[in-house]
Design a protein around this ligand. Sequence first.
Ligand SMILES: NC(=O)c1ccc[n+]([C@@H]2O[C@H](COP(=O)([O-])OP(=O)(O)OC[C@H]3O[C@@H](n4cnc5c(N)ncnc54)[C@H](O)[C@@H]3O)[C@@H](O)[C@H]2O)c1
Ligand SMILES: [Zn+2]
Length: 353
Amino acid sequence: MLTLTVPLPGREYDILIQPGLLPQAGGYICSVLPGARKAALVTDSHVAPLYGEIVAHSLSLAGFQVETFVVPAGEESKCSDQLAKLWSGFARFGLTRTDCVVALGGGVVGDLAGFAAATMLRGVAFIQIPTTLLAQVDSSVGGKVAIDLPEGKNLAGAFYQPRLVLMDPTTLDTLPDETFADGMAEVIKYGCIADQSFLEFLGQHATRSAIMANIGHVLHTCCRIKAEVVAEDELDTGRRMILNFGHTLGHAYELAGHYRTYTHGQGVATGMVRAAELGISLGLTPAHLSGSIARLVSAFGLPTAIPCTQDDYAAAIGLDKKGAGSSISLILLDRPGHAVAYPMEKQQLLAML
Ligand SMILES: NC(=O)c1ccc[n+]([C@@H]2O[C@H](COP(=O)([O-])OP(=O)(O)OC[C@H]3O[C@@H](n4cnc5c(N)ncnc54)[C@H](O)[C@@H]3O)[C@@H](O)[C@H]2O)c1
Ligand SMILES: [Zn+2]
């Protein structure tokens, strides 16, 4: 068992990583929430038939009364309709403030169920059991929970830390290659911004099977980096910005494909390559780094270039909004494994793009 503690004063919690953890989930949840009687298990329509019963059974064996809430798989479920259905379902189930909400699934389920838990009865204990690579290395750690609005992604949300995060890497075996690659974009990001030796390790293990053969090390390293950054800046006002490496430009590529043609990971992969190229033009980033990142993301089938208009770039850096400041802090690499916030005039950045 690999264990990590996210050291937030008064709200610290453990991340447990172990193959075969799912059937033991109930026991671990019971040990952090000895007073809880009911567990509202939230999952999606792809994950429910794969892992729902294993977790529900384990919760029952640990003494919980369990009800399972299944939302349709996909980003569309991170919406106010599904949130309201969960609230009503929890109320009919008789969930009290000493009970718990368990999120079993990818980032969509984690964000939605987490926001439901944060707001139900002004806060019900929340447990994350992430089942995608992205959710295991990114969305389940850090306490951001949210839903999307018709006006934009993640516009209604909260900071709400889970009480425990349980990761069973064997759940990744059932992920489609494209979804696995999406998570790899974030894994590569952690190497780029915070850990040169991890970046080199990824270069030496640049296939899905080599990553899976070392998945404990990969998950532990990524979660350690995210936990350290989050512990320094829980409410995202400073250092947490470095986690946006590749994301500002990645947003432009997601916009260019109207959020359909390119996945988030594909946008981030290209965004990291482009940010490294920009850093090289500015004399900040070592010359070889854009090529190394490009080789690494390509090895996982992620793109290194996406056609994008100036309008999409302008929208992604906020140049289209009246009253948004004229400068931006772009996250760039000053060496492999180290990121800095680099303030730039938006007009200058757009001209360089
Ligand atoms: N809270 C945060 O800090 C944070 C950080 C990054 C991303 N996010 C959010 O996370 C979401 C994306 O998460 P995601 O990429 O996990 O997407 P997702 O939850 O939609 O999962 C991707 C797909 O994989 C399926 N799936 C999940 N686990 C599976 C498994 N083990 N086997 C087979 N299929 C499985 C899902 O049903 C879905 O179809 C976005 O909404 C994003 O905004 C949040
Ligand atoms: Zn991301």
